[in-house]
Structures are given as C-alpha cells and as structure tokens.
Design a binder for this molecule. Structure first.
Ligand code: SF4
Ligand code: SF4
Length: 616
C-alpha cells in the first residue's frame, strides 16, 4: 500500500518537474546555438574551482557564501542517499541495509549539520536582515525552500534516533520523502533551478570576459532584435539566475541611481521567454534608455556566481538597435567622426603628425626597433594624454628601448564595437590589422587599456595575434632594477604628495587582471598608495566605457558615475589621484571640476614614474 502511494506521488511530482524542465529545455534547444566548449582545460579547472570549490560564492561574500556552499555541497552529497531511499521505497531494489550505505549515512551526518547551520543563516539573512541586493520584498518561495531544506536535514538527523519500523520512524520517512518530491516540483519554476543549471552555465561561460563574437554579415547577422534572436547561452543564463543581486550592487550605473539593473535585465529575459513572447522586440522589453546606460565595465558578468554573461545580451541588443538606426544622438556624432577621420574626436591626421614630429618619434621598423608604441585616439589627439605619452617616451629612451610608431593609426574600433556598431568596428579593425601586419611588430606597448583589450583580444577573432602590453606592465618590468627613494616634486606635477590613491581602470584591472604592476611602480618610486572602496579586480567604473564618454550625462537620472567614483577616491584622504587610462583621466577630471572646492590633483602613472626617474 505504501509502495503504491509512493509510486503515485512520484508520478505526480516527477511529472510536474519534468514538464517544467521540458519547457525550459525546449526554449534552450530552439535558440540559435551559441554554446562553445573551446579551451576545455580552462573550463574544467574553472568548473572545479567555482562549482565544486564554490570559490566565487565564498570569496565575494565569505559568510553568506560559505553558508550557501554548505547547502550546495549537501545537495550533492545527499544525491545518492535520496536515490537509494526512493529505490527502496518504490520496491525496485533495497540497498538500505548494506554496509556501504551505513557508512555513507555516517559521512552524511556532518554534512546535514553544516547544511542546517547554513540554511538557518541564509533564512535569517533573507527574512530579517534583508540586504539590498536581494530586493525589497521577502520572497515567499525562498522561505518555503529554506523550510524544506531545514525539514530534510532534521528528518535525516532524526533517523539516528527513531526506529525506522516504528510509527514515528515511518512518519519521519514519509515527511522526508514528501518534502523531497515537493521540492522537486517547485525548483524548475523558481530561482533554485540554478542548483541544476549553474554547473552547466559556469562550464559554458566564455573564458573571456565580455566575449562578443564578430557578426558575420554574409550570413546577414545584425545583432539581437527580438526574443527569437537570443542565443542558447543567453536563454540558459536567463533560467539560471539565482537573483542574488551581485550584478546589481556592483553595477556602477545602478550604484549611481540610474535605471539600468543587470539583474532586472536577466529576469525580464526569463519572463519574456516563459511568456512565449518570441516576436517581442528586446528594446521594448528592457527599454532602450536602459540599454545605453551600460559602460561595459564587466562588473556584472565578472561578479555573477553562476556564470551568467550580461554583455553579449546588452551589446547584442545594442547591435540590433544600431542596425535599425536606433542609436542615441550623441553616438551619431561619434560615428561620424570615426567614419570621416577614423578617430573619436573627428580631428585631422595633421594633428597626430604634429605630435609625432614634436616628440621626435621614428616610424616603426622591425629591423631597428624592439617595440611598436600604439598611440591610440587619446594619445594621438588629446593634449593632456600626450603629456603622459611623452613621459613614456622619456622612460623608454632612458632605459634604451628602441621603439617606433605607425605612420598612420585609426581608432581601434572599441567605441563602435561596444556601442553595437559592428560594421564600423570591423572596418576599422580590418584596416588596422592590415597596417599592423605590414609593419610586423612582435610586441606593442600602449597606454590605453581599451587598445590592449581590443587589439589583444578582439583582433584575435580575425586571426591576428600580437603581444600587446599596457605601459604600466612594460615599465614595471623595465625598472625592476631601480630603487628610488627620492620623493621630490618633479616633471610638472604640482606638489606631488607622497600619499596617492590609484584608480584601477576597468579594462586594465577587471578585463586584463593587471592590478599589481601599477601599484608596484608607485611604491617603488616612493608613493604611499591608499586603496579606495572598489579597487583591484573589481573597480568602480569612471563612466566612460561603452561610448558613454560622449553622452550627455546631465539628462540622466541619478548621479554621474564619474562623480560617484571621484567621491570614493576623495574619501581615501589622498589628495593625488593616479590614473593609467586616458578616458578615466578625462572623466575623473570632469568630476573634480564639478565637485565642491577641493585640492585633488591628478597625475598619470607614466608622468609620475618619469618624474621620479629624472630626479633619481
Ligand atoms: S557592464 Fe557594468 S555598467 Fe554594464 S550592466 Fe554590467 S555592471 Fe552595469
Ligand atoms: S545575474 Fe548572476 S549576479 Fe545577477 S542576480 Fe542573477 S545570479 Fe546574481
């Protein structure tokens, strides 16, 4: 009788589970295939560290992360126990009296205690503490799931006290079995489905942050316009979200009070998919305004513990809008500059040439030069940043590095790519690649983190590979044999203080992982480096990326991202801010100009090093 009843329950609840899973699997299978398993070794090691070891979950929020990790490890550990109990209860095979099962139960006991402690902590956090990342409302579903897990662990622990054959033991067994079945039926429709999907999503996540495969125009690819266009990884991502809000609290746009919320973007995608709105325009679902607020800093994607990739969705949708002529007005001007003059400022080549002549730069020749210095749009045309490049040239000359530049450069195409103008990006990239191939450098140095990312990573998608290094990294290695103790004021830096705060550029630190070299340089040359909140691999963006350098921020809700960052830097008490990216420098100086009276000064990293070297 009890076997029959269990069969009935299993058919109903497993049926409910299967139906819901089938809906989601169908949607994933129907989407254009964007799954990739390249770099298998990297994927396996990341899987072991981030899924099995739960590193990302624990590192970002140690206490909550560890509590979550206990629940996850318990979920995995109890898999075999649950299977054996059900096989026995259904009368298929009884393994519950074997020696190994008895040993297994003993091993599971500390797991059960750890899960119990973890879930009670998470329950209190969710229902009483309620951190902002989890949203305003207490989720009833989360409370129910937490109570389910608590019941499962208590009923398991009670098996040590109760005789399985006695009435109390039988009731305990049935409660355990029914809660498992109810849990099973509940999870596919809830965020707890990530228990099943997140190992797959983490494995399939691109090894590259912000991976944006080139559009193939011959296949008439134009980007993402409707729900129908969403690729299989994006659909999988939408069903994996655990609603933890890490992407949200790390997003500089959300942090500055704007409408963009990367968590909401993922959940809106999920809703649209489940509602079957296949023809619905993505610009309508997310609101176009929100889509243009993203700086492409990568914080959301980098912080997500379950392998969700926001940027292919955000920039893919921008591509769809641009292909329909729906880019915001300020981008029209930038595109026009890039089209006519191949640089974002719209300035003529003569100006670059003047700089090249005045800095006495040689044209690159692989037989005479060790490295090619890539000036970039900022280096070629922006007067302030040219000072930084002159400082770099002085360092290279002082250390006998033979270098040259190209006679002509175009913008690397980053602002076009990250605002969705793929056609323009590919035109610029292909022309630059042709010039670079003709020049034949083995190594390129640049002071622009966006150039490092685009030429180093994005150009590889056209088959062009070259070693490109940010000047901070190159100069750090170049000056390792020097120890400078002099801390005097040099090289036009006004009253350069010993105490500085270093602002990590997103494209150097988060995308490139280069956080130690700039700090090593600063300390090597006598600075006491203060750390702001949001530093190293998870910096707070300056607000320039994704084409937003040219946006009219005054019309936006909330604060300017650069103002928020400037305040964070000021709060360290250091009155000298060191930057290593031309765009960070422009944004933060702009923020300083509109901030209340302050005596903060900015110095570029290369200018700092060059000044100290001269003094030495
Ligand atoms: S890339 Fe940065 S700005 Fe864009 S949604 Fe993600 S966190 Fe926000
Ligand atoms: S997208 Fe990732 S980080 Fe953001 S809420 Fe979902 S699971 Fe958390």
């Amino acid at each position: 009788m009890s076997t029959l009843l269990l069969w009935l329950f299993v058919v109903v609840f497993v049926g409910a589970f299967t139906l819901q899973v089938a809906t989601r699997v169908r949607l994933i299978a129907a989407a254009p295939n964007t799954f990739s398993v390249d770099q298998l070794g990297f994927r396996i090691s990341r899987f072991l560290i981030d899924v099995v070891g739960q590193r990302r979950t624990i590192v970002e929020r140690p206490v909550a992360g560890l509590a979550h990790a206990f629940v996850f490890w318990g979920f995995v550990a109890f898999g075999g126990f649950t299977t054996v109990e059900f096989l026995s209860g259904l009368g298929i095979i009884d393994l519950t009296h074997t020696g190994w099962f008895a040993a297994y139960r003993v091993v599971l006991t500390p797991f059960a205690m750890a899960v119990l402690a973890g879930i009670l902590y998470l329950l209190i956090r969710r229902a009483i503490v309620r951190p902002v990342a989890l949203g305003d409302k207490v989720s009833v579903e989360s409370i129910v799931i937490a109570l389910f897990i608590t019941t499962l662990m208590i009923t398991f622990l009670l098996t040590w006290r109760l005789d399985e054959a006695a009435i109390a033991g039988r009731i305990n067994w049935w409660i355990h079995a029914c809660v498992i079945l109810a849990f099973l039926a509940l999870i596919p429709g809830s965020k707890h489905f990530h228990l099943v999907l997140s190992p797959i999503t983490v494995f399939l996540k691109s090894p590259e942050l912000g991976n944006l495969p080139n559009l193939d125009f011959e296949k008439e690819q134009v980007g993402l316009e409707t729900v129908n266009d969403l690729g299989s990884k994006i659909v999988l991502d939408a069903f994996t979200c655990v609603e933890c809000g890490r992407c949200q609290v790390n997003c500089p746009a959300w942090g500055a009070g704007k409408e963009l919320n990367p968590k909401a973007i993922i959940l809106q995608t999920q809703d649209a998919l489940l509602a079957g709105e296949r023809e619905r325009k993505l610009g309508e679902i997310y609101s176009e305004k929100v889509l243009w607020q993203c700086t492409t800093c990568g914080a959301c994607e980098n912080q997500c513990p379950v392998g969700i990739e926001h940027l292919p969705l955000l920039i893919g949708t921008r591509r769809g809008l641009v292909s329909n002529g729906d880019a915001p007005e300020y981008l029209g001007a930038m595109y026009n500059n890039m089209e006519r003059r191949s640089n974002i400022w719209g300035l003529s080549y003569d100006q670059r040439q003047k700089f090249v002549d005045s800095a006495a730069l040689e044209m690159f020749d692989p037989t005479r030069h060790d490295v090619l210095v890539w000036l970039g749009c900022a280096g070629a045309f922006e007067a302030d940043f040219q000072k930084s490049l002159r400082a770099l040239f002085e360092i290279l000359r002082a250390r006998n590095v033979r270098f040259g530049v190209l006679s002509k450069e175009r913008c690397n195409g980053d602002p076009a790519k990250r605002t969705g103008n793929e056609y323009m990006y590919q035109e610029l990239a292909n022309a630059n690649i042709a010039d670079l191939k003709a020049a034949g450098p083995k190594k390129i140095i640049t002071s622009c983190p966006h150039c490092v990312k685009t030429i180093g990573d994005d150009y590889r998608k056209f088959g062009y590979t070259v070693e490109i290094i940010h000047s901070a990294v190159f100069v750090e290695e170049l000056t390792r044999d020097l120890v400078v103790s002099d801390t005097g004021d040099t090289s036009g830096v006004r009253h350069l203080a010993d105490t500085v705060v270093y602002h990590d550029p997103c494209y150097l630190a988060r995308y490139g992982g280069r956080v130690d070299e700039p700090r090593s340089l600063l300390t090597r040359f006598g600075a006491d480096v203060k750390e702001p909140v949001r530093n190293r691999e998870n910096p707070y963006c300056c607000g320039a990326g994704g084409g937003l350098l040219f946006a009219d921020r005054e019309e936006e809700p909330g604060s300017r991202i650069s103002d928020v960052r400037f305040k964070q830097l000021q709060e360290t008490g250091a009155n000298t801010v060191v930057t290593a990216c031309p765009f960070c420098s422009i944004m933060l100086k702009g923020a300083q100009a509109s901030a209340p009276q302050n005596d903060v000064q900015f110095v570029d990293l290369m200018t700092f090093v060059s000044g100290r070297l001269k003094k030495a």
